[in-house]
Ligand binder design. Structure first.
Ligand SMILES: NC(=O)c1ccc[n+]([C@@H]2O[C@H](COP(=O)([O-])OP(=O)(O)OC[C@H]3O[C@@H](n4cnc5c(N)ncnc54)[C@H](OP(=O)(O)O)[C@@H]3O)[C@@H](O)[C@H]2O)c1
Length: 282
């Protein structure tokens, strides 16, 4: 029975932004897709757009990944349809701007449920089929993963987890023929900023990439078996600087200048540094 299942690429958070761009990118390279998010109708429209380009119409699954049973529900839905992943893309995630003590506690915990717990569960749930099919896992973190983020504390910490977890899996699963790549974008204009409570404004142009550029880099990185992909030379340089800077510096000055929005919001100040802007998001 297992042998007869059709391989698919499972993409979470495909109803908007980077996830939708990843869906187009994987479809353009011939992958059959299963798309997951809460807004099923939006996913349906995306599936139609992909089918209109001549690719197989993706399967659409409406699911709230913050629910404890989400991975189990998705696995059952795939099984019912005779499908199994050879690639899993954990992209769904959100952030919140504000001091941790001021933000709603339940919402911050829900961020951990989605960005951390669901991503972990879905990474592990399909390991058998990923190994059998010598497939891949693409987890979406952020350049936020490389530093603490005062003003977005839980979000930055959640992405640090994604980076650490994915790098470890990369090492563990490489000998088993499974590629694991963690994609760490800088700011990308999507629905993310409004959901996080960021005001409209200019992005630091040096760091900003479109969702399509990020999806292209992520796809290529996964196919090349790269461990970490940081789209954009300036983003790469920023994270390299952070990695080699003393942690005490990164936690204070550097964090402030590299996280201008959160710092400004936290302290009611203008953004310092070369990355000065009034709206940003990692
Ligand atoms: N935009 C940036 O600046 C940026 C930078 C670095 C990293 N990232 C990361 O990139 C990933 C995608 O972000 P984006 O910018 O594309 O954000 P986005 O435009 O807000 O899209 C987020 C996606 O996640 C889905 N989602 C949210 N909550 C969900 C839930 N409980 N269950 C299922 N799906 C859920 C949303 O779909 P529904 O609302 O339909 O459920 C949507 O498809 C995130 O992990 C984010 O942290 C973003």
């Amino acid at each position: 029975m297992t042998q007869q299942k059709r391989p698919i690429t499972l993409i979470t958070g495909a109803s908007a932004g980077i996830g939708a761009a990843l869906a187009h990118e994987f479809a353009a390279h011939g992958h059959e897709l299963v798309l997951v998010a809460r807004r099923e109708r939006v996913l349906g429209a995306l599936a139609d757009a992909i089918a209109a380009k001549g690719a197989p119409r993706p399967t659409v699954l409406g699911a709230d990944l913050a629910r404890l049973d989400a991975a189990q529900t998705i696995a059952a839905a795939l099984d019912e349809r005779g499908l199994e992943p050879d690639v899993v893309v954990n992209n769904a995630g959100f952030g919140l701007v504000g001091a941790a003590e001021a933000l709603d506690r339940a919402e911050q915990v829900a961020m951990v449920d989605l960005n951390v717990r669901a991503l972990t569960d879905l990474s592990l749930a399909f390991l058998d089929s990923l190994k059998r099919r010598r497939g891949g896992l693409l987890n979406v973190a952020s350049i936020a993963a490389f530093m603490p983020g005062p003003g977005m504390a839980v979000y930055y910490a959640s992405k640090a987890y994604v980076l650490s977890f994915s790098e470890a899996l990369h090492r563990e699963l490489k000998p088993k023929g499974v590629r694991v790549t963690v994609l760490c974008p800088g700011p990308v204009p999507t629905e993310f900023q409004a959901r996080a409570g960021m005001s409209d404004g200019a992005f630091p142009r040096l760091l900003t990439r479109s969702a399509e550029q990020v999806a292209r880099d992520g796809y290529r990185g996964l196919m090349q078996g790269r461990r970490v992909v940081i789209p954009g030379a300036v983003n790469w340089a920023v994270t390299a600087m952070i990695r080699f800077a003393p942690r005490s510096l990164v936690s204070s000055e550097a964090a402030g200048s590299l996280c201008p929005l959160s710092n400004a919001r936290l302290h009611g100040e203008g953004a310092p540094s070369i990355l000065k802007t009034d709206s940003s998001g990692y």
